[in-house]
Design a protein. Structure first.
Length: 234
């Protein structure tokens, strides 16, 4: 009898431990996005061209950074076309229902949810559909953002480069700004960061030889999916 009773205490203690562990692992504010690939959300407010605050179906609030694109800065510092990009995203998305598609990495180091923003639920999730319905692609096609590829989130990376090329060829948005920037004889780039620089940029000089790549022109670097350095502005 005594033995039986201590056995039930052990079972009870084990159950408590398991329950406690289960609760401790859950952050109520953060959704566990590992299970779902597409999440319905409503845009609450717009931070800048490529970042918004949303509320998910379960009531959780998230800051969402769009994957694969980079809009000019509009908050702490202001870059040319930054305010226009922020205004465009606000006009298109604020108060709207959107569908968030995630890729391999769900969050960045700031805890922001990383997503492709669909204006209708994606059915196939291919390039053709993205051209019609995905806001990340729309930003690139209209020249409100540039390509920024951060592996391993590369599902639409090649398509995004093609969108950017179209925008450049027709001088959309930021590509139409008169820039009068001096052309260099060549540009240096890093295979790791996917950024390119003028040859005398301090960041360009620090690229390790095994990661170093050279481009003859800015167009060549952009077509290869590289992003211009924000400091030397090639
Ligand atoms: Zn640079």
């Amino acid at each position: 009898m005594h033995k039986w009773r201590s056995f039930s205490w052990v079972v009870l203690a084990l159950v408590m431990v398991v329950l406690a562990a289960g609760c401790a692992g859950k952050e109520p504010a953060e959704l566990d996005v590992r299970e779902q690939r597409v999440l319905l959300a409503k845009v609450v407010s717009v931070v800048d061209g490529d970042t918004v605050h949303v509320v998910l179906e379960n009531g959780a609030r998230e800051k969402v950074r769009f994957i694969g694109v980079n809009a000019p800065e509009a908050t702490k510092e202001q870059e040319p076309f930054g305010l226009q990009a922020a205004a465009y995203t606000k006009q298109r998305l604020e108060g709207q229902k959107i569908w968030l598609e995630t890729d391999v990495e769900k969050r960045d180091r700031y805890g922001r949810l990383l997503a492709y923003v669909w204006l209708d639920p994606p059915r196939e999730g291919n390039d053709r559909e993205a051209r019609e319905n995905m806001f990340n692609a729309e930003l690139l096609l209209k020249g409100y953002a540039q390509v920024m590829t951060v592996p391993p989130n590369v599902k639409y990376a090649d398509f995004f480069v093609a969108c950017q090329r179209e925008a450049r060829e027709t001088d959309q948005g930021l590509w139409g700004l008169a820039d009068g920037r001096k052309a260099e004889d060549y540009y240096v780039a890093s295979n790791r960061s996917k950024k390119f620089h003028r040859p005398d940029c301090r960041w360009g000089r620090e690229i390790a030889p095994q990661n170093l790549r050279k481009f003859a022109t800015v167009d060549e670097a952009l077509d290869a999916g590289y992003e211009p350095c924000r400091e030397c502005r090639p």
